[in-house]
Design a protein around this ligand. Sequence first.
Ligand SMILES: NC(=O)C1=CN([C@@H]2O[C@H](COP(=O)(O)OP(=O)(O)OC[C@H]3O[C@@H](n4cnc5c(N)ncnc54)[C@H](O)[C@@H]3O)[C@@H](O)[C@H]2O)C=CC1
Ligand SMILES: O=C([O-])CC(=O)C(=O)O
Length: 327
Amino acid sequence: MTKPAVRVAVTGAAGQICYSLLFRIANGDLYGKDQPVILQLLDLPQAQGAVGGVVMELEDCAFPNLADVVITSDPKVAFKDIDAGILVGARPRSKGMERADLLSANAEIFKVQGAALNEVAKRDVKVLVVGNPANTNAYITAKSAPDLPARNITAMLRLDHNRALSQFAKKAGVLSQDIEKLAVWGNHSPTMYADYRFATVKGKPLPELVGDEAWYRDTLIPTVGKRGAAIIEARGLSSAASAANAAIDHMHDWIHGTNGAWVSMGVASDGSYGVPEGIVFGVPAVCANGDYEVVKGLPMDDFSKTKFDGTLKELLDERDGVSALLG
Ligand SMILES: NC(=O)C1=CN([C@@H]2O[C@H](COP(=O)(O)OP(=O)(O)OC[C@H]3O[C@@H](n4cnc5c(N)ncnc54)[C@H](O)[C@@H]3O)[C@@H](O)[C@H]2O)C=CC1
Ligand SMILES: O=C([O-])CC(=O)C(=O)O
């Protein structure tokens, strides 16, 4: 017998990330090939025609498990009874613009969408915020959805995690899939801290395989931190297919589990590592049974502490920047 369909809302459906993401979800990359999915697509009124075009293309793929598609500009229609929500729709950064510039432009969007999720989504909905500044947008969403568990409203650090994996793999001459226990801490921004101190490859410490602490500090960390800007510079547009891939990885692992492996997720702090409660902070996590647990008790050395405090300070400043809006 066919399983009942799950409902997945995706916002920013006419945008470039969704042009990749929607096809991956419809193909079963999120919930599996045996799970019917209903896509509930949100975009602005002026983008409805373009969303219609994307939906024609989805139809033309004849995905066996795409049960239905809803197109709307009303968040309460898009989020009705959803099992999962991927909030992509936001104003993207253009050349020369920093994420902080996006803060106020996007804060209002996530306030409205948080309130709509609060009203109509399933009580155990899993939410991933992709739209930048992703951590603070997730923070606003959670604060605007007080009846939903804050732990279920997450932000995307997985692109940073995947970027770091690839750079480390290249440097150490190993496969990225063999790198375990990498952690990306903090904000999805150039201040993020890709921490390889605990990482191993087939039991060997990654720092030993890399064998070049100066490269790690002076090249790896800034390369990953500024990768989004490098892609904008090269493409004239921000990253899209890799962002969609990271969103699939994040949600897939949350839904299906990681078999003990660490992944990096932006999650509402419970106060651990000294991060004030509620701040959405990138942490290493292990997923199981449709839930995640933050890896706790990792020690910090002087370098880590400096990096950690820097990215935390940026998030606290962003929080202060939106506090008036949250009232
Ligand atoms: N967290 C991460 O790792 C990454 C985040 N991003 C962010 O993802 C976001 C989307 O990127 P793209 O798809 O490239 O942008 P895009 O400009 O191609 O598409 C954005 C879409 O969102 C829609 N939109 C705007 N306001 C909306 C609202 N209130 N409700 C629903 N839809 C709305 C627009 O009409 C447009 O169709 C940007 O904020 C970008 O910075 C991009 C890459 C990585
Ligand atoms: O940098 C940007 O604006 C897009 C983004 O978040 C990324 O590629 O990491």
